[in-house]
Design a protein around this ligand. Structure first.
Ligand code: HEC
Ligand code: HEC
Ligand code: HEC
Ligand code: HEC
Ligand code: HEC
Ligand code: HEC
Ligand code: HEC
Ligand code: HEC
Ligand code: HEC
Length: 332
């Protein structure tokens, strides 16, 4: 009877939580922090029992445990007690109710009947159905901005604001290695950014597939104070980390254009050579009239001047050398 009652109670609680999530999703109010903290307490009638007690009877989670213990997170031991600083219950909540009644004998008996003994995992925190803020709070409880410096701008990041959570990017049970390497990021990011993936299939693109440039070279996905979560203070500062020769200052600058490389270039990919937004000469003709070279009346020059402007204006990003007439025409 009590089992039925508590099961009903639990189902009721689950419905409330799930319904709560629905309304959170649609209206996105930010609750006071303590409301999210409450969601992470777990069942008040359960106790913490430690990973060993959680997992000693049945062995279904041995691989998860081995991987986890070998990971940087699982390997942290308290200097004082020698006990793990992070264990299963740090994230899943107190486990006593989940393993209540599970004994090696019962596991054996179930196995002989061809059954797997499932722990009562419904008594643990229902991570999957938590609102996004609470999901991330599981991690932020330890990974404060002081402990993990790269999370300094997390709360104001486009990702946090748009309900992306830590566990959308980090799968803590993927294996023993929790460190994100640059080469892992493309796969991580295009899970959601399909449009960006498509841009990288265009003929001119930064060598992401070639593993020479990575999403995280330019973006800080856990938040930055800059637009588009860029690593640099501006687009130019982001680009010139690698293309230093375009940084200037030059005696002859191309007006304020070169301050924003994206006036002429796409950052990810383009159908045009050199990542250009618009093909030559049309790129230049957006702002300049074409011209005929005054010193020559040949038809050839006329044609030329309307084709590849950069054949002559080869230093289009800026130069210290004046053109033939002593002004900055970016020809040398
Ligand atoms: C740092 C936080 C954290 C720790 C520590 C942790 N887990 Fe998890 N675990 C998660 C998250 C997050 C999920 C995914 C929840 C979801 O989306 O359903 C998960 C999912 C699971 C699942 C179900 C999905 C799967 O991969 O099979 C099991 C089982 C599990 N954890 C067992 C464990 C065990 C056993 C330990 C201790 C060795 C442990 N976890 C430690 C965060 C954690
Ligand atoms: C109980 C505290 C605690 C919780 C909760 C916790 N972590 Fe950790 N985590 C640590 C500690 C301690 C380390 C190892 C030291 C470090 O790198 O900061 C670590 C390391 C990591 C690393 C590896 C960093 C590296 O350089 O090797 C990642 C990634 C990580 N945690 C992600 C998460 C995510 C995602 C969550 C939430 C699902 C989470 N952590 C929850 C304490 C915690
Ligand atoms: C959009 C994907 C994404 C989200 C969301 C995200 N991370 Fe990360 N995280 C990364 C990437 C990529 C790296 C590797 C860092 C790098 O290359 O600069 C990383 C690195 C880390 C590291 C280890 C390296 C370090 O900088 O110390 C920790 C710890 C970490 N993240 C924790 C978290 C926590 C906690 C959250 C949620 C508050 C979170 N991450 C949200 C993608 C993400
Ligand atoms: C060479 C630097 C660079 C690399 C590498 C890069 N980005 Fe970007 N990204 C930018 C710049 C610059 C902008 C701003 C574009 C603008 O203002 O036109 C941007 C904009 C974005 C945007 C927002 C606008 C949009 O197009 O939706 C997303 C999302 C994005 N990048 C995701 C990614 C992902 C995912 C990767 C890896 C597959 C990646 N970026 C690799 C520089 C880069
Ligand atoms: C779980 C889905 C998800 C993953 C994974 C993800 N993003 Fe995002 N990202 C979003 C959403 C949602 C937004 C906000 C809406 C939008 O601009 O599309 C966003 C926005 C962005 C923006 C634009 C920020 C701005 O200021 O407008 C950039 C840049 C970006 N993400 C880069 C990355 C990078 C780099 C990675 C991989 C490390 C990544 N994202 C992984 C969902 C995701
Ligand atoms: C992490 C380093 C890095 C950053 C940051 C970076 N680039 Fe590049 N860029 C490269 C590499 C590597 C190549 C390929 C060069 C090669 O193949 O010789 C390249 C190539 C290019 C090309 C020529 C593409 C082609 O089709 O030949 C252009 C244009 C370009 N980058 C513009 C930019 C702009 C604009 C930014 C800023 C939004 C930027 N880059 C940021 C590394 C970077
Ligand atoms: C006024 C338009 C314009 C602006 C602004 C601009 N570029 Fe370019 N960029 C071009 C053109 C045109 C080419 C192709 C040159 C050619 O045809 O030889 C080019 C080529 C490149 C190349 C590849 C060839 C080379 O010279 O290495 C890189 C890298 C590059 N630009 C980086 C940048 C960066 C970084 C910025 C911002 C600081 C920037 N560009 C701003 C027009 C522009
Ligand atoms: C977004 C508009 C824009 C684009 C695109 C653009 N320019 Fe310019 N350009 C300017 C402005 C503004 C000036 C400064 C005009 C001035 O000082 O009179 C300038 C100056 C110049 C000058 C020097 C003019 C002088 O009198 O000193 C040359 C040469 C030039 N651009 C060539 C090009 C070429 C070639 C392209 C294409 C690769 C191009 N521009 C693309 C806006 C643009
Ligand atoms: C055959 C070489 C050549 C080609 C091709 C060429 N230019 Fe020029 N351009 C010059 C020279 C040389 C000057 C210096 C002015 C002069 O001496 O007539 C110049 C001057 C300019 C100026 C300075 C303003 C002025 O008229 O005094 C602009 C702007 C300009 N070119 C834009 C372009 C654009 C846009 C294209 C492509 C549609 C282009 N040029 C193609 C050689 C060329």
């Amino acid at each position: 009877m009590t089992i039925i009652k508590s099961t009903l109670g639990l189902i009721g609680a689950l419905i409330i939580i799930v319904a709560g999530c629905e309304s959170l999703k649609s209206s996105k109010p930010i609750l006071p922090m303590k409301e999210y903290e409450k969601m992470l307490i777990g069942r008040l009638d359960a106790d913490y029992i430690g990973t060993r007690n959680c997992l000693s009877a049945c062995h279904y989670h041995d691989k998860i445990r081995r991987d986890f213990e070998a990971s940087t997170m699982g390997a942290q031991l308290s200097k004082k007690s020698g006990m793990p600083i992070v264990d299963c219950e740090s994230c899943h909540g107190p486990g006593s109710l989940a393993v209540k009644g599970i004994t090696p004998e019962r596991v054996k008996r179930d196995a002989s009947e061809g059954k797997q003994t499932a722990c009562n995992y419904r008594t643990l925190i229902n991570i999957k159905n938590l609102p996004p803020q609470a999901k991330s709070l599981i991690c932020l409880n330890c990974h404060t901005a002081n402990a993990t410096f790269s999370l300094h701008n997390w709360n104001a990041s486009e990702h946090a604001i748009n309900d992306v959570t830590c566990i959308d990017c980090h799968n803590v049970h993927a294996g023993p290695d929790l460190i994100v390497r640059p080469r892992d990021t493309f796969r991580m990011c295009i899970k959601c950014h399909k449009d960006v993936e498509a841009q990288y299939s265009l003929p001119s693109h930064h060598p992401i597939h070639e593993k020479r440039v990575f999403c995280t070279d330019c973006h800080d996905p856990m938040g930055s104070t800059n637009e588009n979560m860029l690593r640099g203070d501006s687009v130019k500062a982001t680009c010139t980390r690698c293309h230093a020769e375009k940084e200037g200052p030059f005696i002859y600058e191309h007006a304020e254009n070169t301050e924003d490389c994206t006036t002429c270039h796409n950052a990810h990919g383009s159908i045009n050579n050199n990542l250009l937004k618009v093909q030559l000469p049309f790129l230049c003709l957006q702002c300049h009239p074409g011209h005929v070279i005054s010193s020559s009346s040949s038809v050839d020059d006329k044609r030329l001047s309307y084709t590849r402007c950069t054949d002559c204006h080869s230093q289009i990003h800026g130069t210290d050398i004046p053109g033939a007439d002593g002004t900055g025409t970016f020809t040398q």
